[in-house]
Design a protein around this ligand. Structure first.
Ligand SMILES: [Zn+2]
Length: 316
């Protein structure tokens, strides 16, 4: 009788211990998952706010000089494109100082349009590639370094389907890339080698995060350009922007920003983004391609060695 009670007690204790152990494992795991989700949401919001702030700084100038140089200033590619706004306002490029951008309006004949996508690969790269394939259009992708295996096939697909693979920095962290010439070099070389090992392509084209006219770099951009030159890399800015990196950008504003501005140039390098939070760009893409293909004497082509670059700074 006594031993029966004893074993009952043992069983009870064992259950108690197992429950405690299970709880000790499960509770922190749940907390971690919840915190990770919150962190992810907050960091997305943070990045968006930084980009917005940078855009306002660019637009309204030094009155908003409130970020110290220590801080991460993720302007993304919006520093130049005060030209297009979240409201999709059609801004007259003639009134904008393009700081040496080459706008060879005297080119005779065909208008060449270069669709370019920054920041990929992303969850939308496949969708973008599907659309480009559907319309038999080749584009140029200025990608970052994303070693996660889920991106490997996307890099390869960009190349195998005949698009141009360009570079847009490995880390996309302005505070790192632009802190010194050495870190710029290290970032560029890391990406170039990564892309070569992933796709077999020795990339030759570069887009500065924030463009060559970005106000973030601690190093004179001419020094960065000299390094690109010595590495036989050509950089491309843009003269038409989707404005898809602003809060409030919609399928309609993206369409309008591109389709209203392409006719102003004989040679258009169009900036768009391939990013998880830029679904509107994907939604707008088919109609953008149709509209451009419907323009007189206009072709959409990928960037090649023969492409005359659009550059915001003139390094000559
Ligand atoms: Zn970017």
């Amino acid at each position: 009788m006594e031993s029966k009670q004893y074993s009952k007690r043992i069983r009870y204790l064992r259950r108690l211990i197992l429950t405690t152990v299970a709880a000790a494992c499960l509770i922190p795991t749940c907390i971690c998952v919840i915190l990770a989700i919150r962190y992810d949401r907050l960091s997305t919001k943070y990045e968006q706010s930084e980009a917005d702030l940078a855009w306002y700084r660019e637009k309204y100038g030094s009155e908003m000089e409130i970020l110290s140089s220590e801080e991460e200033v993720n302007t993304d590619d919006s520093s130049f494109t005060g030209a297009t706004t979240a409201e999709g306002m059609d801004v007259d490029y003639a009134t904008i100082d393009v700081s040496g951008a080459q706008n060879p309006e005297n080119i005779e004949g065909t208008r060449y349009v270069y669709l370019t996508f920054d920041d990929g690969p992303s969850t939308y790269t496949d969708d973008i590639l599907d659309i480009l394939a559907e319309y038999d259009v080749k584009a140029s992708f200025f990608v970052c370094g994303k070693p996660d295996a889920k991106y490997t096939d996307l890099y390869k697909r960009i190349v195998s389907e005949g698009h141009t693979l360009g570079m847009h920095s490995y880390s996309h962290k302005y505070s790192e890339i632009y802190s010194s010439l050495e870190s710029f070099k290290a970032d560029l070389d890391k990406l170039r080698i990564f892309l070569y090992e992933t796709t077999g392509v020795w990339a030759k084209f570069y887009r500065f995060p924030g463009g060559s006219s970005n106000t973030v770099t601690q190093v004179p951009v001419e020094e960065l350009v000299d390094y690109l030159d010595s590495s036989e890399v050509t950089f491309f800015d843009w003269n038409v922007s989707a404005g898809d990196d602003y809060n409030g950008a919609t399928k309609d504003t993206i369409y309008a920003n591109i389709v209203n501005n392409v006719p102003k140039f004989k040679h258009c390098v169009v900036l768009m983004h391939d990013a998880a939070d830029k679904k509107s760009t994907v939604d707008a893409l088919p109609e953008i391609i149709e509209a451009i293909q419907g323009m007189d004497d206009t072709v959409i082509v990928p960037i090649t060695d023969d492409t005359l670059p659009v550059q915001h700074i003139n390094n000559n």
